[in-house]
Design a protein around this ligand. Structure first.
Ligand SMILES: Nc1ncnc2c1ncn2[C@@H]1O[C@H](COP(=O)(O)OP(=O)(O)O)[C@@H](O)[C@H]1O
Ligand SMILES: [Mg+2]
Length: 313
């Protein structure tokens, strides 16, 4: 008969296992470039010329973009961090809003959200807490973060009984609008009240769309929700663009999905397409954007190209 193990070891075998990953070595330049102007890109259209954005002397008022798709794992958080970082390279001041109780945006910038005393939750729910009390600097100059953690999940329930519940986020952001050129809101994967708040605050919606067959299914519902918010809450709202993510140029499937997306949504699809690469999961471990982690990688170049398109739209 085997000797029984101590109770604790049987119950919690994982408790002593360190689940953190060691950061990878900084990658070399992978050489790949974005498609030159005029050549046929992955969208099947000739790449449109987007000029280098002019530098700006003064900042604000900010354009608010909601990064939104009710499907999880499509690249919302990755796109928020990396578009934000790329926009700062063009001299824009950026505020990233983590609007997902998972706090993945905060984690991706090297912050441990469960250790924070105050997050966006407190700004939304407590009148005594101002946004300036909670905004944090990030490792990227000119890019700040309004962090979130699991506390935010309570806001969804508590907001239901608030007066003007759909406009809570826009009220929260108002005091800092003049300090930034872009506010990017990383939405949670649902079309609930938090996401409606993001849409009610936004000038535009950026929809990341994974190049997979099933990803097309939810988009009609998302666009329907955007239309309703526009009609009922926020007449200025429009779709800034659809961003194809996790594109694999080697697979016919990716190319077919891409063709369907362009056929269905036309001009609103960004010329910039984000390829599937392990560099992105690596940057989460590193806790920094790809533009600083691997500045000359194709992923970094792609998000810079996206930033130029966003500024031009
Ligand atoms: N272009 C990409 N290629 C490969 N992996 C990616 C890419 N974009 C994101 N990922 C990874 O996919 C996962 C989900 O991405 P994430 O941005 O968190 O999606 P969402 O916020 O929509 O849930 C993460 O592990 C992320 O590192
Ligand atoms: Mg996310």
């Amino acid at each position: 008969m085997s000797t029984p193990q101590p109770y604790e070891e049987r119950r919690l075998p994982g408790a002593r296992v360190d689940l953190s990953l060691a950061p990878h070595a900084r990658p070399e330049d992978d050489g790949a470039d974005v498609v030159p102007d005029g050549e046929i890109g992955p969208t099947g259209r000739p790449q449109r010329h987007v000029p280098e954005p002019a530098l700006i002397g003064t900042h604000g008022p900010a354009t608010i973009l909601a990064v939104c798709n009710q499907k999880g794992g499509v690249g919302k958080t990755t796109s928020t961090i990396n578009l934000g970082a790329a926009l700062t390279e063009y001299g824009r001041r950026v505020l990233l809003v983590d609007f997902d109780p998972q706090g993945a945006l905060s984690v991706g910038l090297g912050i441990q959200p469960h250790q924070l005393d105050r997050t966006i939750y407190n700004v939304l729910m407590e009148r005594a807490v101002g946004i300036q009390d909670v905004v944090m600097r990030t490792c990227v100059p000119d890019m700040d973060l309004l962090p979130s953690n699991i506390d935010l999940s309570a806001a969804e329930v508590q907001l239901v009984s608030e007066v003007g519940r759909e406009h809570t986020l826009v009220r929260t952001l108002r005091p800092v609008m003049d300090q930034y050129d872009y506010v990017l809101v990383d939405c949670q994967p649902s079309l609930g009240l938090l996401t409606v708040n993001a849409l009610a605050a936004a000038d535009g919606v950026l929809i990341p769309l994974e190049c997979e067959f099933f990803s097309l299914r939810g988009v009609a519902l998302l666009i329907d929700t955007i239309e309703k918010v526009k009609e009922r809450l926020n007449p200025k709202l429009s779709i800034t663009g659809i961003l194809a993510t996790m594109y694999d140029p080697r697979t016919l499937h990716s190319r077919e999905v891409m063709a369907r997306v362009v056929e269905a949504f036309g001009e609103v699809v960004f010329d910039t397409v984000i390829n599937r690469t392990v560099r992105f999961p690596e940057t989460t471990v590193a806790g920094e954007p790809i533009t600083t982690w691997a500045p000359r990688s194709s992923g970094a170049k792609a998000y810079r190209a996206l930033a130029r398109e966003v500024i031009a739209r």
